[in-house]
Write a protein that binds this ligand. Structure first.
Ligand SMILES: Nc1ncnc2c1ncn2[C@@H]1O[C@H](COP(=O)(O)OP(=O)(O)O)[C@@H](O)[C@H]1O
Ligand SMILES: [Mg+2]
Length: 281
């Protein structure tokens, strides 16, 4: 994490037309450059609405979204905003417009006026980063779910955004596809310093985040490091969320009087602690 703030939300609210209740209610938070942030919350809590406000696809009815110093309501800066914040959505099948992988990646760049020679370089570079070089000429429709999402990420990477937003991008994938996509995203974060905002309901996928924001019924109700957030097991369950396996396990042990300080994030970690305490007896 390098520290400067790339996204800032100040008291942001959103209402869909005709809806009685606001989908997002007075949410504020900042995202630092290079940060890996996860946003969790049960279905319908407003996560996707929030995500779409991060690149100006939706504009707040109240409050301000700032991206790299530009407010998203400023029509003159909206292309800067869109170029800064790339989005990958849930359904891998709805993200392709061209007959081949390379044409698809080129499409996004054409819209930005990237010169053809430069496009060539960026296509190869993006495909290499998501380990899909061999599929350059492939038909997107023939790829597996995990491969499709990696190509979708390549299309975004070619645009060179500073921030990658993934809105349940792994939700329709099998475990292997999910792992492939997550590996790529964590590598982008580590090696390129790309800021990542990940929305997911697979809580295990948030354990390696720098920070987690918890959304409930349109409001931000919690925020902290995974080791802080996942200690609050009863609270998370009261919000309709499950907890990572290791947290649930420690919670059960604690309620049986077997506790140790701090939170282990992995099952192996919990087992190690148990062995250690058993051997001490
Ligand atoms: N296009 C829409 N029109 C009207 N209401 C919507 C629309 N999209 C979402 N909503 C409503 O806004 C609320 C938040 O939805 P959403 O942001 O999709 O939540 P999440 O992504 O957390 O599941 C829900 O009550 C949902 O029904
Ligand atoms: Mg959603």
């Amino acid at each position: 994490m390098s520290g400067s703030i790339i996204i800032r939300l100040t008291d942001v609210s959103f209402a869909y037309e005709g809806a009685d209740e606001r989908a997002v209610k007075g949410v504020s938070f900042e995202v630092k450059q290079g940060e890996f942030l996860s946003i969790i919350g049960h279905n319908g809590s407003g996560k996707s609405t929030l995500a779409k406000m991060l690149n100006g696809l939706l504009l707040p009815v109240e409050g301000v979204v700032e991206v790299n110093g530009a407010v998203t309501v400023d029509e003159e800066r909206i292309w800067d905003v869109r170029q800064t914040v790339g989005m990958v959505f849930q359904n891998p099948d709805n993200q392709f417009v061209a007959p081949t992988v390379e044409d698809d990646i080129a499409f996004g760049m054409e819209n930005l006026g990237v010169p053809p020679e430069e496009m060539e370089v960026r296509i190869m570079d993006a495909l290499e980063k998501v380990h899909m070089t061999a599929y350059r000429q492939a038909e997107p429709n023939r790829l597996s779910g995990g491969q499709k999402q990696r190509v979708a990420i390549a299309g975004i990477l070619a645009i060179r955004p500073a921030v990658l937003v993934l809105d349940e991008a792994t939700a329709m994938l099998d475990p292997r596809g999910r792992r492939e996509v997550l590996d790529v995203v964590h590598r982008m974060n580590r090696e390129l310093g790309m800021t990542v905002i990940q929305i997911t309901h697979y809580l295990e996928e948030t354990l390696a985040s720098d920070r987690i924001i918890v959304i409930d019924n349109g409001s931000k109700v919690g925020e902290g490091m995974p080791s802080e957030v996942y200690q609050r097991v009863d609270w998370l369950r009261s919000l309709g969320l499950d907890v990572p396996f290791a947290s649930g396990l420690q919670d059960r042990l604690q309620k049986k009087g077997l506790s140790f300080p701090g939170l282990e994030m992995t099952t192996e970690g919990v087992l190690d602690r148990l062995w250690t305490s058993a051997l001490k007896k």
